[in-house]
Design a protein around this ligand. Structure first.
Ligand SMILES: [Ca+2]
Ligand SMILES: [Ca+2]
Length: 354
């Protein structure tokens, strides 16, 4: 940690001198993001939270090589991005390090750009290693190829996620793999960046699980398949913004990964969301999002849904005041308090990036 902190401070100092007359070898850019939320919910104390406190430093060291480091200081200090890009040629870039996985839209989006404040339910569960929910980053190597309207990203990653802090058999600290099997993740997209596009994504991985062999009563470590397929679409046509993703996955969920006990059958799960925003003026943007997640497609009446009725005030692309009323529904809890709208939330978020 201290190493990265040192790097960030060093980078910040370097940036201070970039603007001076002294020629500095590396052109370092420093930026950051602060997001503060107020959350109100019945039966819970209303609270302010710091959702993101990020410092980002990037540098283009040579014509073809650049690097980026992002630190997160909200909740607990955490390393988010840490990678080096090598632009082999105008159409192909190789990235190595820790980065957002090339899957769908939301997994790759910046937090500042989230139109409905929170992650979609399916994204939270898809990237849930039992410690961190919606981790979206992993360590490995990624190739990005672009040609006209086509973009192909393909990565090999550990498949563990990055933000876990406990150390046990299955989760060594700080980002080592737990099974030696590299997971493959990629997205093939067609579109015009920042305007419109669609893409298909695939995650092909495995997870260590144990199986007790009843004949000789020994524990054997086996790989359990962990796969996901996604389809996404977006349109950003000035006044109108549209985003949707549909994802189906197979594997374990949440704390099941963490316990990694006796092997059981993988679960089929899925979810989708659709988001529409309308920029009445450059400042005022009402948003609507419907978000659905089914933790087991073979079981009825267990799905979750979220509706966000939101209003975003966008201040010149650098700051946003977002308000979202989240209407939450849990089919499995039809007869409990949760079903009566009593866990709905009002979230107000102020965000600024620099
Ligand atoms: Ca692995
Ligand atoms: Ca179901």
């Amino acid at each position: 940690m201290a190493k990265w902190l040192g790097f960030a401070v060093g980078a910040a100092l370097a940036a201070t001198f970039v603007g001076s007359a002294v020629a500095v070898a590396a052109d370092v850019t420093v930026g950051g993001l602060v997001q503060t939320q107020f959350i109100a919910e019945q039966h819970k104390p209303s609270t302010f939270i710091e959702r993101a406190i990020r410092i980002k430093a990037s540098s283009k060291m040579t014509e073809k090589i650049s690097a980026m480091v992002t630190l997160e200081a909200a909740k607990e200090p955490n390393l988010l991005d840490a990678y080096v890009d090598f632009a082999c040629c105008p159409k192909l870039t190789i990235r190595s390090g820790q980065f957002q996985m090339p899957f769908g839209l939301e997994t790759q989006a910046s937090r500042f750009d989230q139109e409905a404040i929170e992650n979609s339910l399916i994204i939270g569960e898809l990237w849930n290693n039992g410690y961190g929910k919606g981790y979206s980053r992993d360590i490995g190597v990624m190739a990005t190829a672009r040609h006209k309207v086509f973009e192909f990203k393909l990565a090999a990653v550990n498949g563990v996620g990055y933000n876990y802090g406990e150390s046990n058999t299955f989760f060594p600290k700080w980002g080592k793999d737990n099974d030696g099997h590299m997971d493959i993740v990629g997205r093939f997209g067609v579109g015009v960046p920042m305007f419109a596009g669609l893409g298909v994504s695939r995650y092909q991985g495995s997870w260590p699980a144990t199986e007790t062999d009843t004949t000789d009563a020994v524990l054997r470590t086996l790989g359990m398949d962990r796969t996901a397929t996604g389809f996404d679409m977006y349109l950003d046509a000035g006044k109108v913004l549209f985003q949707m993703e549909y994802i189906r996955g197979e594997g374990l969920l949440g704390s099941q990964w963490k316990t990694a006990g006796d092997i059981s059958d993988p679960i089929s799960y899925g979810g989708w969301y659709v988001l529409v925003g309308f920029r009445v003026t450059p400042l005022i943007e009402p948003v609507f999002k419907f978000d659905k997640y089914d933790p087991n497609t073979d079981v009825d009446d267990d799905a979750y849904s979220d509706i966000c009725l939101g209003l975003n005030l966008n201040f010149e692309g650098k700051a946003r005041l977002q308000t979202c009323y989240r209407i939450k529904r849990e089919e499995a809890d039809e007869n409990t308090l949760l079903n009566k709208g009593e866990n709905n939330q009002l979230i107000v978020q102020m965000a600024g990036k620099f």
